[in-house]
Design a protein around this ligand. Sequence first.
Ligand code: PLP
Length: 385
Amino acid sequence: MTQIYLDHNATTPIRAEVLEEMLPFLRGKFGNPSSIHWAGRAVSSAVETAREKVAALINASPSEIVFTSCGSEADNLAIKGTASALRDKGQHIITTAVEHPAVLESCRSLEAQGWRVSYLPVDTEGQLDLAQLESLVGDDTVLISVMWANNETGNLFPIAKIGEIARKHGVMFHTDMIQAVGRVQLDVKAVNLDLAAISGHKFGAPKGVGALYIRSETQLEPLIHGGHQERNRRGGTSNVAGIVGLGKACEFAASEFEQATDRVRSLRDQLEDGLFATIDNIQLNGCVDRAKRLPNTLNLSFAGISGESLLLNLDLKGIAASSGSACGSGTLEASPVITAMGVDLAMAQASVRFSLGRENTPDEVEYVLSILPAIVERLRSISTL
Ligand SMILES: *Cc1c(COP(=O)(O)O)cnc(C)c1O
């Protein structure tokens, strides 16, 4: 059966070269990287090489990289770790209404402990008002957390400008850059970042490994207390194979950057242009200006049908995409990211996200374009919405 995977913002396949690099550490090279003997040394040098590769991708120093068990842990460590370290300085955080749950729920857990959190709204294209952001900064503000790229719409936020605002007011700045890795040029120093979260499985490394960039002067309390691993910033024996895979994937993200992003952008544009040319009454969710979106992401609402039913019909044809909406307990829930943009409930429920990746081909996009209009037409003809 045809299998076309257009859900790379959910997860990506492990690259063959990444897996090859990892395998020795799942076989003979079993040592604990904290051990001083030969078995440990063979492994600790691989972990440190991986740390250098992650650091090089984002223009950090290796000592500023802490490995975590996933991107969610990195976001939690950034937000809760800063909050614990700076609670005497102030208890206010600024974030956005459209963050990933790893950030939003970390903020909500702090709210339950008495912190004040401002959730910056977005406009109809999903963009932020930076004057409004700056007006929210008060004497008690200790952290601004704004994602580099949105996982649902692909929207890119003006991280450099937000970094200037944070620096000007002496506030720490964290970004969830998980969707940006491999798709956007990243330089944490140039944009004044103090903290930045990465997840391996979103760019060709395995699930269950992530990293947090922690600028050298940054104060942070660990979340996971234990041994002295990761310079006392994250206890627990390292996931050596996963870390080695993450390092290898970062090497590719750096070396193949331009070629890979040009290629995926042309496929996304082919899909976007093709769908707008053949289907009426569809609406783009996100920035109309494609340069302000990730090169691989397209989020559309198909008026008159539910995104869920479209996804099921695409799946029957072997096409994997996704929607922010999920059917829980019989009611169709709309994506909070799409509704935050002021999209009405029916159109939010009609949204579908296509997120492309390195293994997709023009023929695959053609196949999608050849079947999608008929599916939409049929669903609209039987729709009760
Ligand atoms: C996937 C994702 C996460 C979570 O990363 P995990 O490694 O799956 O925990 C956080 N933020 C964004 C923007 C993501 O896309």
